[in-house]
Write a protein that binds this ligand. Structure first.
Ligand SMILES: Nc1ncnc2c1ncn2[C@@H]1O[C@H](COP(=O)(O)OP(=O)(O)OP(=O)(O)O)[C@@H](O)[C@H]1O
Length: 728
């Protein structure tokens, strides 16, 4: 479980959700990382610090859906989830499985991004995934008899009634609004349901794959954001019980994350975590707040093209306990206040980031380094100060919270509008939007969990949240795997070379076969010999440089450029060699075709000769030539046509070749007239023999029997050794 970072890629994020960044020395394990030890409820310790100074990335997006209820009014009968993954779906969860931003889409995105060969590690755009969680009515709301304002028809839909509770208005269809999301979690949903059905599992998997991912909770104060992400605050007061069902999404995600990386024996992982809050527009390090809670600067990184928090702590997390210690430490240090609507109200936005640095050796021996990360963002809730009765410090906090959420709202509105999207997006107007920029419209994968209250007296805030969530669903991001661009380039060149080498081997093997089948002195075979000799002697191209990717960071610009040049030269050389081999192969194929045509011509000629023989009443048979023994056997006096039962192998062009050649020579020597004369003489000779036989009646029976036997014998012999030679 100890993860070694043999090479940590540069952070290549465009700004974003988490403000951090990890700058570690490539080629060795990150040194000096902070490690928090979980204590039994006490404060975590921070042995060493790791300051950071470069940009970070973050990303966005996610999937899947369902919803739940606990006594809320239903408009339609329950339906089971429509996806295969809904096997154990609670009855009150309904999957939407829509085409936009669904889990399925994510899977496609992931597979494309991690694709093989020379594919660039980038993917098509995809939408932000939005789920809604509706908390149950709290005791006060029940006491005050606040009626529910939401209904759940299923299929990821939520219906919000009109603002007026009066009997007349409540049935006014115009005042009813319907919103659709990836999933709606009705008030009965458990913390485990959120892990299982919100799409966070896929987010974690993508974080491991090298994507920059963000899960953030949005909603009014007291709507259940902190409850969803971390569970109730008292969980962190004493020693946390890992089996407590109230644990939130972050705790559960950590457990899931460790389960996944434990199963990946082929990859080295290094996990690091940071935790910060934005309190009154100041960024505070929750792992090292200091007594003065000195704010950290948010800067723009030209290199990564995003915002980052300077000097933010990152903690090495070798064990699950280390990650949990980070969570507990941050939860204890965050700013919490109380007001009329929430006894434990978050007075700041918090961002907990888990960096997942991985090193994996690919088939070609190249080490592939990726830097995925997962941001968990708990936004402070918007509040109507009249309702929360905030004053003094709490009022100032509320104003800052509302202001930054308003900027976030502007950004979401602009990004969701196709016309405004290409225009100015006011990310710089708040620290929060600076750090969430990449999650909202950058290269990440984002899940938005919109938390709402079911009570009618929160109707305006709930409607507002549902509207924003609906807009956010239209925002598109373009997830990319965070890889060092130099490694990506070298990897892609290596993949090209590997593909060409395979092609090369294949061609050589194919040509070698032809070569063996060819004859000595064959010009094509000679050409091939030369080519193979050239390849084997190493003349074929530039020597292949052996590169240890771990040493890449040590190379300076010139060496790196030289290396890339060598790879490209090798690539080119292989390409040329393969082209040459293709040409040789084509020449051989052409040659083969010519030989085939010639054989066909000869066979045809043979056929014609046979026809002539068949028409002749009596033509003395020629000695048969056996292609297997290579010897001639004594012929008969009678020509016999080939038996159709004769095996085809005996008449194959290859088998016939030497004899054909001989025939061709003889044919060239004799004219047609001469041949005719010879045949006539033979026929005459045979007639003479027969006449003599008639003249010796005693001898005839023996002679005839002998002839019959000979014919019969010869027929047998022809079956195996048929080889007419008309010219002997
Ligand atoms: N799904 C839920 N089930 C049970 N209790 C819940 C649920 N959601 C929220 N609560 C309770 O409601 C109260 C307010 O929740 P929480 O503090 O999470 O709200 P919040 O949105 O984070 O508010 P703020 O923005 O003020 O921080 C808490 O007491 C919490 O335990």
């Amino acid at each position: 479980m100890v993860r070694r970072a043999s090479s940590v890629p540069h952070l290549n994020n465009s700004g974003a959700s988490s403000a951090d960044s990890v700058t570690t020395t490539r080629g060795r394990a990150p040194a000096g990382g902070v490690r928090l030890k979980r204590s039994t409820g006490g404060k975590a310790t921070t042995p060493t610090q790791q300051r950071q100074s470069s940009g970070s990335s973050s990303g966005s997006r996610v999937p899947r859906s369902r919803s739940l209820t606990n006594g809320m009014r239903r408009l339609s009968p329950q339906k089971g989830g429509s996806s295969g993954s809904s096997r154990n779906t609670p009855y009150f969860l309904r999957s939407r499985e829509n085409e936009i931003g669904s889990a399925d889409t994510l899977e496609i995105v992931a597979s494309k991004s991690t694709g093989t060969a020379s594919e660039e590690p980038s993917t098509p755009e995809d939408n932000i995934n939005v789920v809604v969680r509706v908390r149950p009515l709290n005791d006060k709301e029940k006491r005050d008899r606040h009626g529910p304002t939401l209904q759940f028809p299923g299929n990821g839909q939520v219906i919000i009634e009109g603002n007026d509770m009066g009997a007349k208005r409540s049935h006014n269809r115009d005042s009813v609004r319907v919103f659709t999301y990836n999933v709606v979690f009705e008030p009965g949903a458990t913390q485990e349901d959120i892990l299982d059905y919100s799409g966070i599992k896929r987010i974690i998997e993508m974080g491991i794959e090298g994507f920059s991912c963000t899960a953030f909770c949005y909603g009014q104060t007291g709507s259940g954001k902190t409850h969803t992400l971390t569970g109730p605050p008292d969980l962190f007061m004493g020693k946390p019980n890992p089996k407590d069902p109230r644990h939130g999404l972050i705790f559960r995600s950590f457990v899931y994350l460790f389960q996944l990386i434990k199963n990946r024996k082929d990859v080295n992982y290094v996990l690091k975590a940071s935790f910060m809050e934005i309190y009154n527009e100041r960024v505070i390090d929750l792992l090292n707040p200091g007594s003065a809670r000195k704010p950290l600067a948010v800067r723009w990184s030209k290199k990564s093209g995003g915002f980052f928090v300077e000097n933010l702590f990152t903690v090495d997390c070798e064990e699950l306990d280390d990650l949990l210690a980070v969570l507990e430490e941050g939860m204890r240090n965050r700013a919490v206040g109380s007001h009329a609507m929430n006894d434990h109200s978050s007075r700041s936005h918090t961002i907990l980031t888990v960096h997942i640095l991985s090193d994996q050796q690919t088939d070609g021996g190249v080490f592939l380094s990726k830097h995925g990360k997962i941001n968990f963002v708990d936004l402070a809730g918007s509040e109507l100060t009249k309702k929360t009765m905030s004053e003094g410090k709490t009022l100032e906090e509320a104003n800052n919270i509302n202001k930054s959420l308003m900027v976030l709202g502007y950004c979401i509105s602009s990004l969701s509008d196709n016309k405004k999207r290409s225009g100015h997006i006011p990310y710089r107007d708040s620290q929060l939007t600076k750090l969430l920029a990449d999650s909202l419209a950058g290269n990440g994968v984002t899940l938005m969990i919109a938390c709402v209250s079911p009570a009618h007296y929160n109707h305006a805030e709930t409607l507002n949240t549902l509207r924003y969530a609906s807009r956010a669903k239209r925002i598109r991001t373009k997830p990319v795997i965070m890889m060092d661009p130099r490694e990506a380039l070298i990897l892609s060149l290596k993949r090209d070379i590997h593909a060409l080498q395979m092609e090369n081997e294949h061609l050589k093997a194919a040509l070698n076969l032809h070569h063996q089948a060819g004859t000595v002195g064959d010009p094509v075979a000679n050409l091939l010999d030369l080519q193979l000799e050239r390849v084997n002697s190493g003349d074929a191209g530039i020597p292949v440089p052996k590169v240890d990717l771990e040493r890449l960071p040590e190379l300076d610009g010139t060496e790196l450029a030289e290396l890339v040049k060598l790879y490209m030269a090798e690539n080119e050389s292989l390409r040329q060699e393969n082209n040459h081999l293709f040409t040789v192969r084509e020449t051989i194929l052409r040659d083969q075709e010519i030989v085939c045509r010639e054989n066909e011509r000869l066979l045809k000629k043979l056929e014609e000769v046979n026809n002539v023989c068949v028409r002749s009443p009596l033509i003395p048979a020629r000695p048969a030539f056996s292609p297997t023994t290579g010897k001639e056997t004594p012929g008969t006096e009678i020509w016999t046509n080939p038996d159709p039962a004769v095996p085809a192998a005996a008449t194959t062009p290859t088998a016939l070749l030497p004899l054909d050649q001989r025939m061709s020579e003889d044919e060239n020597k004799r004219t047609h007239t001469a041949q005719k004369r010879i045949d006539q003489q033979r026929i005459a000779k045979n007639i003479l023999l027969m006449a003599n036989a008639f003249r010796k009646p005693n001898a005839q029976p023996e002679q005839a029997t002998e002839n019959n036997n000979t014919i019969s014998k010869n027929n047998n012999s022809v079956q195996s050794d048929y080889m007419p030679d008309m010219l002997t």
